[in-house]
Write a protein that binds this ligand. Structure first.
Ligand SMILES: *[C@@H]1O[C@H](CO)[C@@H](O)[C@H](O)[C@H]1NC(C)=O
Ligand SMILES: *[C@@H]1O[C@H](CO)[C@@H](O)[C@H](O)[C@H]1NC(C)=O
Ligand SMILES: *[C@@H]1O[C@H](CO)[C@@H](O)[C@H](O)[C@H]1NC(C)=O
Ligand SMILES: *[C@@H]1O[C@H](CO)[C@@H](O)[C@H](O)[C@H]1NC(C)=O
Ligand SMILES: *[C@@H]1O[C@H](CO)[C@@H](O)[C@H](O)[C@H]1NC(C)=O
Ligand SMILES: *[C@@H]1O[C@H](CO)[C@@H](O)[C@H](O)[C@H]1NC(C)=O
Ligand SMILES: *[C@@H]1O[C@H](CO)[C@@H](O)[C@H](O)[C@H]1NC(C)=O
Ligand SMILES: *[C@@H]1O[C@H](CO)[C@@H](O)[C@H](O)[C@H]1NC(C)=O
Length: 249
């Protein structure tokens, strides 16, 4: 009998994992309820973390994929009251999108520090309710899916609902973000030396140039300049001043 239950559990589990879609994937259990802590541990073991419903697109997507329940319990999501602030536990950010049901959060039982996601046939579907963390509800997890190979070295991968997108890192532009920004070529100061190097060439993003002066001359200005992502050097180029002639004055 136990075997049968486990077997059905595994089957249902597989049915409700979205397979082979790049980007955030969402996973949920429809047959096993867990406390909020148990939900989070399970999500972290199996996937990435308990779900963040951070905008209306996630709300709409979850309403589409999760099984509608006709009454409580509904689903646990990854929002918790921490030092009085509603916080996404997966990234530690305070909420900036909220979708509470009417008259919620009400802290009705005065220990309602976790958030339930209603998924139902009525108009409260997709709305949030604060509830006690020890109550058992159905888990919803998220899995990060930014693939390694799709974005180029000049791109950052941003997770989206069920997908990802590549955006240019600061200092990169053009198709596939392959064009790297350069700063003006600098010239060696009179009576001095300049040494430049950088990951993308001597005068491009994150390159540094260091300056020194010949004996008897003193560096006037900044000894090390860095090429910033806006294409400007971090300071004006220095010069070498005749220290001896200055001391004679
Ligand atoms: C939701 O998705 C639509 C269509 O893809 C997009 O235009 C919109 O910016 C998204 N909203 C948020 C908050 O990401
Ligand atoms: C909670 O929010 C208050 C006011 O918005 C803020 O001053 C405080 O720093 C926040 N606490 C934490 C732990 O983020
Ligand atoms: C508050 O909790 C009590 C006791 O469980 C329950 O009877 C009542 O319906 C709850 N009120 C709301 C607004 O949820
Ligand atoms: C949940 O886990 C946290 C940290 O692991 C712990 O401090 C807290 O007491 C737990 N809550 C419950 C209701 O078990
Ligand atoms: C990305 O690469 C790391 C190490 O190179 C690997 O462990 C990980 O599984 C890869 N992730 C994906 C989504 O391909
Ligand atoms: C996912 O994102 C990639 C790259 O931005 C895009 O080519 C693809 O069409 C998207 N897939 C879906 C299902 O939206
Ligand atoms: C960068 O500068 C060094 C000397 O500082 C020089 O030897 C090297 O050839 C330069 N590399 C490029 C790509 O300009
Ligand atoms: C450039 O330098 C900054 C700060 O040192 C670093 O955060 C950034 O990742 C670097 N950019 C690249 C493309 O290596």
């Amino acid at each position: 009998m136990t075997g049968g239950v486990v077997h059905i559990g595994v089957l249902i589990h597989l049915w409700f994992s979205l397979v082979n879609v790049e980007g955030w994937r969402y996973h949920f259990l429809n047959n096993t309820m867990k406390s909020w802590n148990e939900t989070r541990s399970w999500c972290q073991q199996q996937y990435t973390d308990i779900v963040m419903v951070h905008d209306e697109n996630v709300t709409l997507f979850l309403q589409k994929i999760l099984t509608k329940k006709s009454s409580s319990p509904y689903y646990w999501m990854g929002l918790q009251k921490i030092n009085g602030n509603w916080t996404w536990v997966a990234n530690g950010q305070t909420v900036n999108y909220e979708n509470w049901a009417t008259n919620e959060p009400n802290n009705n039982m005065s220990n309602e520090n976790c958030v339930e996601l209603y998924i139902s046939k009525d108009d409260k579907s997709g709305k949030w309710n604060d509830d006690g963390c020890i109550n058992k509800k159905y888990p919803v997890c998220q899995q990060a899916q930014c693939p390694n190979s799709t974005c180029t070295a000049g791109e950052d991968c941003i997770e989206q609902v069920n997908n990802f997108t590549c955006v240019c890192k600061p200092g990169f532009s053009g198709p596939k973000c392959k064009k790297v920004i350069s700063c003006d070529q600098l010239s060696t100061p009179t009576h001095g030396k300049m040494k430049c190097s950088g990951p993308f060439g001597n005068h491009s993003l994150n390159s540094t140039c260091t300056f020194s002066c010949a004996g008897g001359y003193k560096l006037s200005g900044t000894a090390e300049l860095k090429c910033s992502s806006s294409g400007a050097w971090s300071a004006p180029p220095p010069s070498c001043a005749g220290a001896i002639s200055i001391s004679k004055l």
